[in-house]
Design a binder for this molecule. Structure first.
Ligand code: F6R
Length: 241
């Protein structure tokens, strides 16, 4: 696992945008896994700020987002799909049919998870996935616990995870969904390259444990130690001393 430290979140976001654009340049059919949350906001801003000449053409890229809330109304601003439209999809020439997203309002959620796994497999698997990390060490919505799910699944969100998503729901905890759909750990670990980004002092403990702690289901990100091509990009505040 490689750790790349940056002075601040902007420098990190710029470097990540350069890496992703270079990957698209090299492989126009890139299959890209993407996160939501606060940490990637500057990264998406960097991508939006690039002209088509500066950043490779997105027309053949396929994306798959990590997760989505269950049972949030289609038009609700708190949906991760709405976040992605605002932050990235509306600003690049990604074909709508190339956007992979979990449907948290599907009538049969188990069938929806199976459909998503198959869609990722049919696309040839993920070439590169960008991950954030929860303060409790979750990646995607793979929460700490006695076991982890390998594949895309329905999951209950822990209170700290719901709290950190409150801003998306008018700051009202009772509005934050209790459940979500998420790629599983094996789905993530099968990506050919993994880049985890962490900024701010609230992440320093999770980053330290992910880098040097035991591999444990109680800190799902620790499984990245087993990945042959994983990079951890941190700003100064999130960097373990
Ligand atoms: C969201 C996701 C989550 C977040 C994590 C950190 O798609 O995959 O694992 O990356 O909760 O969220 P922020 O960046 O808001 O601290």
């Amino acid at each position: 696992m490689i750790i790349q430290p940056y002075d601040d979140g902007i420098a990190l976001a710029r470097a990540l945008a350069v890496r992703v654009c270079a990957a698209i340049e090299e492989r126009p059919h890139l299959v890209l896994g993407l996160p939501t949350g606060r940490t990637p906001l500057q990264f998406y801003e960097q991508l939006r700020g690039r002209s088509r000449e500066q950043c490779a053409d997105w027309s053949r890229v396929r994306t798959f987002n990590l997760d989505e809330f269950v049972a949030v109304a289609p038009g609700a601003a708190g949906r991760y799909r709405a976040y992605m439209q605002r932050e990235l999809f509306d600003h690049v020439n990604l074909a709508p049919g190339h956007i992979g997203f979990l449907q948290g309002d599907a009538p049969d959620l188990d069938a929806e998870c199976a459909r998503y796994e198959q869609a990722i497999a049919d696309a040839g698997g993920l070439d590169l996935i960008v991950l954030g990390i929860g303060t409790n060490g979750h990646i995607g919505f793979n929460e700490p616990g006695p076991s982890l799910e390998a594949r895309t699944h329905r999951t209950r969100l822990l209170p700290p995870t719901r709290a950190s998503n409150r801003a998306l729901f008018d700051d009202r905890m009772e509005q934050v969904p209790a459940e979500a759909l998420s790629m599983g750990m094996a789905t993530i670990l099968h990506a050919r390259q993994v880049v985890l980004i962490a900024t701010g002092a609230t992440k320093v403990s999770a980053v330290a444990q992910l880098m040097t702690g035991p591999i444990t289901t109680e800190l799902p990100a620790s499984f990245l130690q087993l990945h042959p091509d994983a990079t951890v990009m941190v700003d100064a505040a999130a960097s373990p001393r």
